[in-house]
Design a protein around this ligand. Structure first.
Ligand SMILES: Nc1nc2c(ncn2[C@@H]2O[C@H](COP(=O)(O)OP(=O)(O)OP(=O)(O)O)[C@@H](O)[C@H]2O)c(=O)[nH]1
Ligand SMILES: [Mg+2]
Length: 397
């Protein structure tokens, strides 16, 4: 079954089908997908005043510092409040902008109680120079409380600029290695294993260690939260786009199953019945997941300072460039699936009591599966084009 479905749910669905209770099976599948979509992920961002916490919160959510819902950046007055910033497209993913431990005049354990450490899945500790005693104590306390932490060294673009100006003759790689070494040495004590430090520029998230940070967080999170993170991530690499595609791909059979079970709408001119509204919904999920909806494209254009019209000019799929409606979906269905070649009568899938074999034999299932695969390919290709356009690359597909 789907990536997003736990074993207990899969068993419940099987049992419902074995009892010929299709309505219950569909309700269960929908419930699972809903649960996966709403899995909360809470990321706490902490660090000294001015280290770039709010900028990181914005960059991570793929929004510009000057947007309406942005965390205020470059403020003279440091906030002592914990502030919540939900992701604009995936509000189940929240970044929490915390005051720095140094600004609170608390010991690490009191600080963590004060900011309500229980609600966070992980902590990111940011510094624009090197990590201080406060940061190390905070990390130890986070670990003692059974949570994970990650050190981020911010404003790497500034360091690289400064190195160029200094005429010391260090290459970019040598400069990065030196910064990394300095940070790690500062964090080391006799009995600790070497810390990992991720070098990041808020303005170039696709460069340096941000992709590695994203991958590390993903690997450390349990399944449901991993998917929540993946979809909230800006498309900072082709790999991220491919990972999103893979998760959607693994769900196709589940969606096709629901569509075939809930096959109430005859597709005009064809011998199959489909749940077209469901296809509209799923294709909408793909579009939003790849950041191809109007709001996400607009945010991307703002963040990278590129004209929105340039980004839109590379979209080739009508699913990306137009509103997704039942009419558009059925039009595309006729283009991508040979519906006329399908048998006129559907087999009753309730008689075969196992998911997969039960429904996979029906034309509705086959049409939905083929259609979703084609729609997914179209949208993933457009996401790649937009990514390449954004970075000013000239890769051909
Ligand atoms: N060049 C560069 N500047 C950055 C980067 N990240 C943040 N800044 C700048 O650093 C300054 C402080 O950034 P903020 O994000 O406001 O820092 P903060 O940690 O939230 O600050 P407080 O809320 O005051 O504690 C702003 O002028 C940002 O534009 C970065 O990666 N590169
Ligand atoms: Mg701030």
């Amino acid at each position: 079954m789907s990536n997003l479905m736990d074993e207990t749910s899969a068993e419940d669905i099987k049992a419902a089908l074995q009892n010929s209770n299709q309505a219950l099976a569909i309700a269960k599948v929908k419930e699972c997908l809903e649960k996966a979509k709403n899995t909360p992920l809470n990321i706490a961002i902490t660090g000294e005043s001015g280290s770039g916490k709010s900028s990181f919160v914005n960059g991570f959510r793929g929004i510009d510092d000057w947007e309406e819902n942005a965390a205020p950046v470059g403020c003279v007055e440091t906030t002592t409040q914990v502030t919540k910033y939900p992701h604009p497209s995936y509000p189940n993913v929240t970044l929490w902008d915390l005051p720095g431990v140094g600004t609170m005049k608390f010991a690490a354990c009191q600080y963590l109680q004060h900011v309500g450490f229980q609600k966070y899945d992980l902590f990111i500790i940011i510094s624009e120079t090197y990590f201080r005693e406060n940061d190390v104590m905070l990390a130890e306390e986070i670990q003692r409380l059974g949570k994970k932490f990650y050190f981020v060294r911010s404003k790497i673009d500034n360091d690289l600029q400064a190195m160029k100006r200094s005429k010391k003759g260090l290459s970019e790689e040598e400069t990065l290695a030196q910064i990394r070494r300095n940070c790690i040495e500062g964090l080391q004590n006799e009995d600790s294993t070497p810390a990992k430090v991720f070098l990041v520029s808020r303005f170039d998230l696709h460069l340096y260690d941000f992709p590695l940070l994203q991958q590390t967080l993903e690997e450390d999170l349990p399944d449901q939260k991993r998917y929540a993170l993946l979809f909230a991530m800006p498309n900072i690499s082709l790999e991220v786009i491919n990972k999103k595609k893979k998760v959607f791909q693994d769900e196709i059979s589940t969606y096709a199953f629901i569509s075939a079970c809930g096959a109430v709408i005859p597709l005009p001119g064809a011998s199959v019945t489909l749940d077209l509204t469901l296809l509209v919904m799923i294709t909408g999920l793909y579009k939003a997941g790849f950041g191809l909806d109007e709001r996400s494209l607009d945010r991307l254009a703002n963040s990278y300072n590129v004209p929105l019209s340039d980004l839109k000019s590379v979209l080739t799929s009508p699913l990306a460039s137009q509103n997704i409606t039942p009419d558009l979906i059925s039009e595309l269905l006729f283009q991508c699936v040979d519906t006329a070649a399908l048998p006129a009568v559907e087999e009753g899938f309730a008689f075969i009591p196992v998911i997969g074999t039960a429904v996979a034999a029906t034309p509705s299932y086959n049409v939905t599966e083929k259609a979703l695969q084609t729609f997914l390919d179209m949208l993933a290709d457009d996401a790649q084009r937009v990514f390449n356009k954004t970075l000013g690359l000239n890769m051909s597909f």
